[in-house]
Design a protein around this ligand. Structure first.
Ligand SMILES: CC(C)(COP(=O)(O)OP(=O)(O)OC[C@H]1O[C@@H](n2cnc3c(N)ncnc32)[C@H](O)[C@@H]1OP(=O)(O)O)[C@@H](O)C(=O)NCCC(=O)NCCS
Length: 344
């Protein structure tokens, strides 16, 4: 262990950035190869363009000049100042030598020094009859006193999971249920300027609306400036939002929203479902299903390389899961969010 060094990764050091990515690539290939692979360009660019509103730091564990472990740390800086999260990966050839433990110690020290009292880390877990996942991550975290706080289920849907006739029938039914009160608007890339304010309003309700298990997270206030900064980051990383919303004609407000994120890389065949949210006052009109179906068509037309869309939902989020099952989403595995709390 004596020759193990823990360093902050300098985004300008190409060799160390490649070394860190290699750990993520190998960890994914060993543990959950059927989940979407990490993307090197997005990883490298994400280091240079950190998430707005968060302080992000990547720690690396280096042994004899080789990167053997990575801890990606995030601290929210606007709300949730009690909170800190990380993802830790150790290269499969270098496990069980104390590297994960050393990275975890650094993460705890780093966050505690900055006054954070609730820390989370996540790990893949087997779910139902999906592919078997190693229990390593769970055992590692439980041994260190972390407790399972939230279980999210990862589901995958082929972009052509539904036969066209079924898809058209569902679309027609959803349109009929939504009626004429809503204008459906779609775009690819940045939010149109005239919708930024109303989109920021609906985005601000997200954390109050999604099930968070035992995680005590307060809602984020997302203003136009933060929304634009997030769009700048996506552009810089080559992440392209495909978005469909329902605008309530009477008030002009966006009252429902769904987004899928694809990568600007014709070789990358996965895309990611972002949040889908329908304002409380406008639920029960099939807007969630309608927006997802319209958006799916847009993904197929504009991103022919995308073969599957991935989503994760809290295991208790029945209304969203019902829609996803109808669309053809199938369970792959679960992500266990483990938490530890310290006195402040
Ligand atoms: C979890 C992970 C980070 C552990 O890294 P590591 O360098 O092997 O961890 P350490 O050597 O510091 O192990 C610390 C302790 O965790 C527990 N542990 C680690 N691997 C284990 C395994 N395969 N089975 C049972 N316990 C295990 C042990 O108690 C171990 O102490 P010990 O070796 O003295 O018995 C690594 O397996 C990994 O990258 N997994 C995939 C990613 C992941 O799930 N990360 C989430 C956890 S943050």
């Amino acid at each position: 262990m004596s020759n193990l060094e823990i360093l902050e990764l300098d985004p300008a050091d190409g060799d160390l950035v490649s070394g860190a990515f290699e750990v993520l690539r190998a960890s994914h290939a060993a543990d959950n190869p059927d989940s979407p692979a990490p993307h090197e360009g997005k990883f490298a660019k994400g280091l240079v363009h950190p998430t707005p509103g968060e302080q992000e730091t990547t720690l690396i564990a280096v042994k004899d000049g080789t990167v053997v472990g990575v801890a990606e740390i995030g601290l929210p800086m606007r709300e949730n100042l009690h909170f800190g999260w990380a993802e830790i990966h150790v290269h499969p050839d270098h496990r069980r030598q104390g590297t994960g433990g050393a990275l975890l110690d650094h993460f705890v020290a780093y966050t505690r020094e900055r006054g954070r009292t609730e820390l989370t880390l996540d790990t893949h877990m087997t779910w139902e009859d999906g592919p078997e996942r190693a229990k390593t991550g769970q055992e590692f975290l439980e041994k260190r006193g972390f407790k399972l706080a939230l279980t999210s289920i990862n589901r995958r849907c082929a972009v052509d999971a539904l036969d066209p006739a079924t898809e058209q029938r569902l679309l027609a039914e959803a349109r009929a249920a939504a009626g004429d009160d809503y204008e459906i608007v779609s775009w690819i890339g940045r939010t149109p300027e005239e919708l930024v304010e109303t989109m920021a309003r609906i985005d601000s309700t997200i954390l109050a609306e999604v099930p968070l298990g035992d995680l005590a997270l307060e809602p984020e206030t997302i203003d136009a400036e933060l929304k634009n900064a997030k769009a700048d980051r996506n552009e810089a990383m080559g992440v392209i939002p495909i978005q469909t919303v329902a605008r309530h004609r009477a008030s002009g407000e966006v009252v429902a929203n769904t987004a899928v994120f694809a990568y600007d890389d014709t070789g990358y065949t996965d895309a990611f479902q972002g949040i889908t949210i329908v304002d409380k006052e406008h639920r029960g009109h099939r807007l969630g299903l309608l927006l997802k179906l319209v958006n799916l068509e847009l993904v197929r037309e504009n991103f022919p390389q995308v073969r599957a869309i991935w989503t994760d939902n809290a295991d208790v989020n029945a209304p969203m899961i019902d829609i996803n099952v109808l669309l053809g989403y199938e369970v792959v595995d679960a992500l266990g969010e483990y938490q530890i709390k310290f006195p402040s």
